[in-house]
Design a protein around this ligand. Structure first.
Ligand code: KIV
Ligand code: ZN
Length: 513
């Protein structure tokens, strides 16, 4: 019997982007969108167009390039947001407007300061405004997990009547439990007279670590769209993770009456891409995409796996895109081979100068590191994009770092500030500390360092180190990244990248505010 379809709605570029420090540039969004399309995600929520002109442009461009997935934008239930969103997505082959308003007593009273009847009226108006742009309209009653069921029935019946085609039920604060949340979906579908005219969707947050469990419970109770993000990125503790939802449904087809259309072999590349772009590293024991997810350490497990993989493996690593590192290019590879491999990886660099600059980086890297893997190429392109994405107010020109047992480490560097070279040197507890101090002597940002992490991109001692730093100043939090075979240089690049982001005035709104 043919299974029903479970629609996968990815909101990495909207809810995921709302994680502190995870904001994405237009080019980064385009790269993620291409990967999501390659993975056959059904709906891509590309951003919140009313948040900023930058996000409007990003959503518009994603709408222009994506052909096989529906492209969606988010809008609060007011005329300006809905129009901005409609304008941003209308160029898509399949556009969707997603509008929302809060429905829980606490949000209506304390945040919106609106009466329930005003909230219903506003929601209906928003759906009608959206109809000027598309018939594909999604409505979300924000904080549905803490809303009154009778009120949800009342408002949802009205928005379906007004033209909403997808009803998305969010557990905005991650408060519900699986049985409870599944029950909400079942009862809404049973009690709302026109419920069969909409697709039922869920959007769960992970504050109690239950986002995936709640979403799957909803699917068992009739939801046919799940909103999720790569690596579970998202506000606070994040959203339901796409890879876990997809693989749970795929692996337990004995339980689920539906299946997704996802090409699961694209999951690990998508995870890597998103973690590279946002600087949010994936924990090693994360299901599906963590480095240890398929590693068997205990002797008894290894013995079993060697005899027959299915003794301990319920999924195959290669089915979710784990491949042995592939040697792709070397020192003598030419520009065409480089470009062809990038195309195979779904990376298009244009204009021509961007490709030339990336090729030069590749040659420099190949001089230091003889074997270049896909992961190296991805890091190299991320670096290239990072430098172009933010206005490079500060640029690392050169760095000398010295460490010797018994001698206090120091760093000496040259930074170009708006093209003008400035020099400094400093001592520190290690060469990384010394170089950050030397940078700070020039930049004087006064920013607080919240996170510093190093990740080896591939195996071997000649691997590139990928460094992420997170800094905060005046309530703004930004992530910076840098990669190099020398981790002191990678660290300095990452710090400077973060400082450039802090320096840029690009501001975004959070839709919930
Ligand atoms: O968590 C939430 O309620 C949301 C909505 C805007 C869908 O992100
Ligand atoms: Zn959310």
């Amino acid at each position: 019997m043919k299974k029903e379809k479970l629609i996968i709605f990815d909101t990495t570029m909207r809810d995921g982007e709302q994680s502190p420090g995870a904001s994405m540039t237009k080019d980064e969004k385009l790269r993620i969108a291409r990967q999501l399309e390659r993975m056959r995600v059904d709906v891509i929520e590309a951003g919140f167009p009313a948040a900023s002109d930058g996000d409007f442009e990003a959503v518009k461009e994603v709408a222009a390039i994506v052909k096989d997935s529906t492209v969606c934008g988010l809008a609060r239930a007011n005329e300006n947001d809905v129009r901005r969103c409609g304008e941003a997505v209308k160029g898509a082959r399949s556009p969707r407007v997603h509008t929302f308003i809060a429905t829980s007593p606490i949000h209506m009273e304390k945040k919106l300061r609106m009466e329930p009847s005003q909230v219903v009226e506003q929601a209906v108006k928003a759906v009608k405004w959206a109809r000027a742009y598309t018939d594909n309209i999604e409505f979300s009653p924000e904080d549905a997990g803490r809303s009154d069921l009778d009120f949800l029935c009342r408002i949802l019946e009205q928005v379906i009547k007004a033209g909403a085609t997808t009803i998305n039920v969010p557990d905005t604060v991650g408060y519900t439990l699986p049985e409870h949340f599944g029950g909400i979906i079942r009862r809404l579908r049973e009690r709302i007279p026109n419920s069969d005219r909409a697709v039922w969707s869920v959007h769960c947050h992970n504050d109690l670590g239950l986002a995936v469990a709640n979403s799957l419970s909803a699917v068992l109770n009739g939801a046919r769209q799940v909103e999720c993000t790569i690596n579970g990125l998202g506000e606070r503790a994040g959203n339901a993770s796409l890879e876990e939802i997809v693989m749970a449904v795929r692996t337990r087809q004995d339980v689920f009456p539906c299946d997704t259309n996802i090409d699961t072999t694209q999951i690990v590349p998508a995870s890597r891409l998103v973690s590279g772009i946002t600087g949010f590293a994936v924990q090693p024991n994360k299901a599906i995409v963590g480095a240890n997810a398929f590693a068997h350490e205990a002797g008894i497990h290894q013995d079993g796996v060697l005899k027959s993989r299915d003794t301990y493996e319920i999924m195959r690593a290669q089915d979710v895109g784990w491949n042995a590192n592939k040697l792709v290019l070397g020192k003598h590879s030419g520009r065409n081979a480089f470009k062809a491999r990038l195309t195979e990886l779904g990376i298009e660099l244009s204009p021509e100068e961007a490709l030339n600059a990336a090729f030069k980086r590749f040659k420099d890297l190949a001089d230091k590191k003889h074997e270049i893997f896909d992961e190296d190429l991805q890091a190299l392109v991320t670096e290239e994009n990072l430098e172009h994405a933010v206005n490079e107010h500060f640029r690392l020109v050169s760095l000398t770092a010295h460490s010797e047992t018994g001698v206090s480490p120091y760093a000496k560097l040259v930074i170009a500030e708006d093209g003008k070279e400035r020099r400094s040197e400093a001592r520190g507890s290690g060469p990384v500390d010394a170089s950050f101090k030397a940078i700070e002597t020039i930049v004087k940002s006064g920013a607080e360092l919240l996170l510093y992490s190093v990740n080896a991109i591939t195996t071997g001692t000649d691997a590139q180190g990928e460094v992420t730093v997170r800094i905060a100043k005046g309530g703004r939090i930004v992530n910076g990244q840098g990669a190099d075979t020398d981790i002191v240089v990678a660290s300095a690049k990452a710090y400077i990248n973060a400082l450039n982001k802090l320096h840029s005035t690009l501001e975004r709104l959070n839709p919930q505010v």
